[in-house]
Design a protein around this ligand. Structure first.
Ligand code: DLL
Length: 445
């Protein structure tokens, strides 16, 4: 837990940091190496899949003599977790597994993850660390609108806020009217939600005639889906809050693998005392890229007991940047998208976050949009339609010219021609959690 002790307590502003947040890079890398050596040996000895994969690749845990040796070890993918469904990746007997979470499995078999009691304590500590970095403090009331259940967001954020010493309001996602009532009545200081769900809440407040900037909320800690600086600006100004990023994925832990500092708001610091990140070339995974170079993020857990994970390919595209507010811990750039969310439109690669970035710079257009891909009958070319709501206050010719600007900007910045369809406020589906942006109506090959 994060309860500070005299020797571990190091102050940064009004916050007390974990000792590991303030150590030097050299000390951190020494810690990573010893933890990594332990983890690869532990995984090899306890999980048949790792033994098989290491043997096939001709590597042995004793080959890991320095951090860069990690590159010799094979990757783990979502497919591996699916093949080992449900518990084949677990490294401890079932009675030592204190909790199980799973992905929804909408795109195949669910991926199942497990935690020992110590894993849960470490997870809570890292979420607490992330929330604290984002401005949340012990004693604050925290409205937790991440979904509870098998999804790691709700319970993961909950345990972290509790570990930090907050009063947690476990509302979960959905029932937006009720969320608004409780925000008004309970007067929370911070809200935890996906960025698009926070947008849904702000939007519903405006419909009820409540100014979203007038609530008690001061901080938002947002993640579980890609979002842009433009979306941060939108949420911060409409809600009069400070909005920071939190990143994570269930296969690696859940929320809290990385968290953003409110004083710099320059990307999430990866908690490198528990996870060793790498960036690889998504098209040639044998190439490990240097800091600053964009590619696919890969993680190796350093302390996990129930589900040690070696070189997990996240499919998230980003880059590693030097630490700032926590100098020893590298930051990750904004996630531009997932390699499997990339739209390839007539040879041009496109991510929904690029459209978000462009659309939010056009004052007449709202952040509510969907992307529809079609292939009209008899045509070989795919078509992209951007369906986007206008802002409440604009009508008539102004709407038509805003549509034109968006179309031109997409052509200039992304390189794709598209159709823009500006629709009425409130007509597009709202987010309850992770928002679906892409509607692919093309005939399946
Ligand atoms: O979304 C864990 C989480 C919950 C993170 C709450 C933050 C807050 P999964 O459902 O396994 O876990 O989905 C993981 O979501 O690989 C990314 O593609 C995406 N993702 C998560 N956080 C961010 C973020 C949770 N801050 C997948 N920015 C990841 C962009 C994110 N994408």
């Amino acid at each position: 837990m994060t309860t500070p002790t005299a020797e571990s307590a190091l102050a940064a502003g009004d916050a007390v940091l974990d000792r590991e947040e303030t150590i030097s890079r050299d000390e951190l890398e020494a810690l990573q190496l010893s933890r990594l050596q332990h983890t690869v040996a532990y995984a090899y000895d306890r999980v048949p899949l790792y033994k098989r994969k290491f043997d096939e690749a001709g590597v042995h845990p004793t080959d890991l003599r320095e951090l860069s040796d990690l590159g010799k070890f094979p990757f783990t993918t979502k497919e591996d977790l699916r093949l080992e469904y449900p518990f084949g990746m677990f490294a401890v007997p079932q009675h030592e597994v204190a909790r199980i979470h799973a992905s929804s499995g909408t795109t195949g078999r669910a991926t199942v993850v497990g935690y020992t009691k110590k894993d849960l304590a470490d997870w809570a500590k890292l979420v607490a660390r992330s929330l604290r970095a984002s401005g949340v403090r012990p004693g604050m009331k925290v409205h937790n609108a991440y979904g509870y259940g098998l999804f790691t967001g709700g319970m993961g954020a909950h345990a972290g806020a509790e570990a930090l010493g907050c009063t947690v309001i476990p509302i979960s996602g959905g029932q937006t009217e009720r969320q608004i009532t409780l925000i008004q009545d309970f007067k929370p200081d911070a809200i935890l939600a996906t960025p698009t769900y926070l947008l849904t809440i702000a939007d519903a407040m405006m419909k009820q005639g409540i100014d979203p900037a007038s609530t008690s909320l001061k901080y938002a800690v947002l993640g579980a889906e890609p979002w842009t600086e433009e979306m941060r600006h939108e949420l911060e100004t409409t809600m009069n809050i400070k909005a920071c990023d939190i990143y994570g994925l269930s296969e690696v832990m859940g929320p809290g693998v990385a968290g953003e500092a409110v004083e710099t708001q320059d990307g999430s610091h990866i908690w490198e005392d528990h996870f060793r990140p790498e960036i690889i070339d998504a098209f040639d995974p044998s190439v490990v890229l240097g800091d600053g170079e964009p590619g696919e993020l890969v993680f190796t857990s350093l302390t996990k007991e129930a589900l040690p994970i070696i070189r997990y390919r996240t499919k998230d595209l980003t880059r590693l940047l030097p630490g700032t507010a926590r100098p020893a811990h590298r930051r990750m750039g904004r996630i531009t998208g997932r390699s499997d969310d990339m739209i390839i439109l007539r040879g041009v690669n496109l991510f929904p976050s690029q459209i978000e970035e462009i659309a939010l710079r056009i004052p007449e257009l709202s952040p509510h949009f969907q992307l529809e891909l079609t292939r009209p009958e008899g045509q070989r070319m795919d078509q992209l339609t951007v369906r986007i709501e206008r802002r409440e206050s604009v009508t008539g010719d102004v709407v038509a010219s805003a549509a034109k600007v968006l179309q031109q900007q997409i052509k200039i910045h992304v390189g794709s021609s598209c159709t823009v369809d500006v629709v009425e406020p409130g007509s597009l589906e709202r987010s309850n959690g992770k928002l679906r942006r892409i509607y692919d109506m093309r005939p399946k090959a």
